[in-house]
Design a protein around this ligand. Structure first.
Ligand code: GLU
Length: 409
């Protein structure tokens, strides 16, 4: 993503949807703006000195319910990126029709250089400083890049110390600590289900369809596994350590538990950007934003691009790829299984009741299917691409809620 431009790119989509829906400009501006932005400093103790990190929580919208969204630990995190990601959560939760608004948090730090104790120190400080704007009915964090179930367990514990026991204050927790069986795999599972549905919709056989996946973190890993379970042939994978390519297909189950792909023995190693350009039916960017851009857009060969990551394609590249005939399934649909799973975890926590994983998976698959069908129907009705259609659905829902609440008065 070109620096400083991510939030503007999302808002262009919102404005475009507003035009299709004939919404007044002021209303579009109101629902595009972030409700609240908090920037904090986080002192991190080293043996000889203190390093001050910057942390964020951007609450984009509460029109449809408490704000919801992950916390990212990454060296490139900045306010513009957090705003963009927070707003994407608003559109994502509206699209899949769960009773949440949108938010996102972050800390500008390279998580690979942190010890476990330092991560704990950072997330506890983040939670303490932001406690007044968080809570099960205000704003519910979750994992994102660089954070995981353990990070959410520390967050829950800090919350408990400050404000009493409320496991619904955060989602993506360990299953042994009020997490929901199925949440960890939910984003990747959703990506794979949407991939299969997209192939079927376009009369392409799911069985044997070739898939390349950039990213082997939580999203990429489960997407790869479930794509394979659904009969697809995953031929290329990559992460920050590089990638592997095997025309005959990679056995995902056998490498699923490696720490990273450098551990996998392969005769055919490829680079992470090379992976984007290989010949495959499906490309799933499931790592960083902005990886498909004006530098490589003419070299992308996949016919179907499923956005496992948030904002992996710049607006310019999106227009160009669609001109070349690619079918692009937007992030707010493709990776919405994660927050859908968070919704299930939150409801279970509130009810102090737990679902078996089979029920979780069934609900997830069914509700993702509803969102998929709705986006396709809208695309046909307005004669637009899938991203535009997805934003028309979300912007319509958020603007209705905003108006009905009387915020305009
Ligand atoms: N971080 C994930 C996302 O970008 C999940 C957020 C959540 O579950 O609240 O959708």
């Amino acid at each position: 993503m070109s620096k400083g431009n991510a939030f503007a790119q999302v808002n262009e989509r919102v404005a475009q949807a507003g035009e299709y829906l004939n919404l007044p400009k002021g209303l579009v501006q109101a629902i595009s703006s972030c409700e609240r932005e908090v920037v904090i400093s986080i002192p991190l103790h080293h043996s000889d000195d203190i390093e001050v990190l910057t942390g964020y929580r951007v609450q984009h919208s509460s029109a449809r319910g408490p704000r919801k969204g992950g916390i990212r630990f990454h060296q490139d995190v900045d306010l513009d990126e957090v705003r963009a990601l927070a707003s994407l959560m608003t559109w994502k939760t509206a699209l899949i029709d769960v009773p949440f608004g949108g938010a996102k948090g972050g800390v500008t730090v390279d998580p690979s250089r942190l010890t476990s104790l330092q991560k704990e120190e950072i997330i506890r400080r983040w939670t303490r400083t932001l406690i007044h704007v968080l809570g099960p009915n205000r704003d519910i964090p979750a994992p994102d890049m660089g954070t995981d179930a353990q990070t959410m367990a520390w967050l829950m514990d800090e919350f408990h110390r400050l404000d009493g026991f409320q496991p619904a204050c955060v989602t993506g927790k360990p299953v042994s600590l009020f997490g929901a069986p199925g949440r960890e795999e939910a984003t990747g599972r959703g990506v794979a289900q949407i991939t299969a549905a997209t192939l079927k919709e376009n009369d392409v056989k799911v069985k044997g369809a070739t898939v390349a996946i950039q990213g082997f973190g939580n999203v990429g890993r489960y997407a790869a596994l479930v794509c394979q379970e659904l009969g697809m042939n995953v031929i290329a994978l990559s992460d920050v350590t590089g990638g592997i390519y095997d025309k005959k297909g990679i056995d995902i189950a056998s490498i699923f538990n490696v720490k990273d792909l450098s551990e996998v023995v392969s005769d055919n190693r490829i680079g992470s950007s090379e992976l984007l350009e290989i010949q495959a039916d499906v490309l799933i960017p499931a790592a960083l934003g902005g990886v498909i851009n004006s530098n490589n857009m003419s070299k992308i060969k996949a016919e179907f691009i499923i956005e496992g990551a948030n904002q992996p394609i710049t607006t310019e590249a999106d227009n160009e790829l669609r001109k070349q005939g690619a079918v692009i399934v937007p992030d707010i649909l493709a990776n919405s299984g994660g927050v859908m799973g968070s919704y299930f975890e939150w409801t279970q926590n509130i009810q102090q009741f737990s679902w078996p994983i089979e029920k979780f998976r069934k609900e997830l698959d069914e509700r993702m299917e509803v969102a998929f069908v709705n986006v396709h129907k809208t695309a046909k009705k307005y004669k637009v691409d899938l991203r535009t259609a997805a934003f028309i659905v979300s912007v319509g829902r958020v603007s209705n809620a905003f108006t009905q609440r009387g915020s305009l008065l």
